[in-house]
Write a protein that binds this ligand. Structure first.
Ligand SMILES: Cc1cc2nc3c(=O)[nH]c(=O)nc-3n(C[C@H](O)[C@H](O)[C@H](O)COP(=O)(O)OP(=O)(O)OC[C@H]3O[C@@H](n4cnc5c(N)ncnc54)[C@H](O)[C@@H]3O)c2cc1C
Length: 365
């Protein structure tokens, strides 16, 4: 890597070959996190992955780098600064007007070229719509292994490989996958699975300016207009501090009102287990669990939810779990912080009433 004139800014050298079984895997060093910047906003899962990447990099004794791509100066500079504040040592930055909107081809080309050029041993992306698309395309182009939707990442000291754990067989088992013969080792992680790292405003790092030969004419996908998702801000379950959820134990859809009211009094969000989402008691984007949202609230109240493993994996990052269930032997009672044995149809309205008085919040009837 050669350095240009500006302090803290290095420019990258010529491409090398991607890491297959025939290449020197020891030459691949460093942990990378793709920083998902879209329409000027970084998805918070990027910082969660920087926090996780920091632990992996420290364990390996290597540096942690972010990858920032975008069209303009302001948003990309801000993303670089935030990456440093959340724990990155360096950021590889590609600025190009072709990267104005996410499109698979130019983003895949850019990330693939950066990886071939710099040879990181680990590459992490958020398991968001964008991240899933990009990770699959990059892994396929590089011909390397990708473990999707991981719930735990650690380093196996014997092989120096990434041990990427994810649910399998419908969430009934966890498997740990190692990519031993190819590099980089790629993994995606869903939002809120990893904890948000502490932000240090005084932290800085090195920006590595990268150039990729992108040409708009080579990109077959054209963005004709942008239609924002009208529901995008509605269910902010993943990042809510308080979540109240209901399950089949509520008996019928009308009773779900009790869950919504308690959530509203607490200033939180509401959600449901898979059966109630499938039955239409709540919208699909409010389903919590392995095939729904992963949440990490300060307080999670689960009413009439049994706590099957597929639900548990989506909520166990909560600081405090209160379970309301008529069955003291329900699985959720084993991992709840407070297990309340009783009828949710009586306990929920009583709680709402008591908290409404205490917190002074109004709930529309
Ligand atoms: C591949 C796969 C993916 C899945 N993904 C998800 C997922 O993302 N999220 C998810 O939630 N599930 C998921 N599931 C389904 C999961 O296995 C369970 O079937 C589901 O979580 C059960 O939902 P539940 O707790 O609402 O219902 P139930 O299992 O029927 O439990 C109802 C509970 O309510 C209690 N109860 C009854 N009456 C009352 C009352 N009056 N007051 C209080 N408690 C009462 C009962 O004791 C019981 O514990 C998945 C399954 C598979 C196979």
């Amino acid at each position: 890597m050669s350095h240009d004139e500006r302090p803290g800014v290095a420019s990258a050298a010529a491409p090398r070959r991607a890491g297959g079984a025939d290449t020197d895997l020891g030459a691949w060093r460093g942990v990378w996190v793709f920083v998902e910047l879209e329409r000027g906003r970084v998805h918070p899962v990027s910082w969660e992955l920087i926090g996780e990447g920091r632990k992996l990099a420290d364990h390996l004794g290597v540096s942690l780098s972010g990858v920032v791509m975008g069209p303009d100066e302001a948003a990309t500079s801000q993303a670089c600064d935030e990456a440093f504040r959340h724990g990155a040592d360096a950021v590889h930055l590609v600025r190009d007007p072709v990267l104005a909107h996410y499109r698979t081809d130019p983003y895949t080309q850019s990330l693939t070229e950066l990886v071939e050029r710099n040879q990181p041993e680990i590459l992490l992306l958020g398991a968001t719509t964008l991240g899933r698309d990009l990770a699959g395309a990059v892994a396929t182009t590089l011909g390397t292994g990708l473990t999707a939707d991981c719930t735990e990442l650690r380093i196996d000291d014997e092989t120096r490989s990434l041990a990427a754990t994810r649910p399998t067989f419908g969430g009934t088992l966890l498997c740990t996958i190692h990519t031993l013969e190819y590099r980089p080792q790629m993994a995606t992680v869903r939002p809120r699975v990893m904890a948000m790292p502490k932000r240090d405003p005084s932290r800085t790092g090195t920006i590595v300016e990268e150039r990729v030969a992108l040409a708009e004419d080579d990109v077959v996908t054209k963005i004709l207009s942008y239609i924002p998702d009208a529901d995008a801000d509605k269910a902010q379950l993943a990042y809510a501090d308080v979540v109240v959820a209901g399950g089949r134990g509520l008996g019928k859809p009308e009773n779900f009102r009790l869950v919504r009211e308690l959530a509203e009094v607490l200033g939180g969000e509401y959600g449901g287990s898979r059966p109630v989402a499938q039955a239409g008691w709540v919208s699909a984007d409010r389903q919590i669990g392995q095939t729904g949202r992963t949440i990490r609230p300060k307080l999670y109240i689960a009413a009439g939810i049994s706590g099957a493993i597929q639900h548990r994996v989506g909520v166990e990052g909560a600081d405090v779990i209160i379970a309301i269930n008529t069955d003291p032997k329900a699985p959720i009672m084993d991992f709840a912080t407070f297990a309340v044995v009783g009828d949710a149809l009586q306990i929920l309205p009583a709680l709402t009433e008591a908290l409404r008085e205490r917190l002074g919040r109004r709930v529309a009837a």
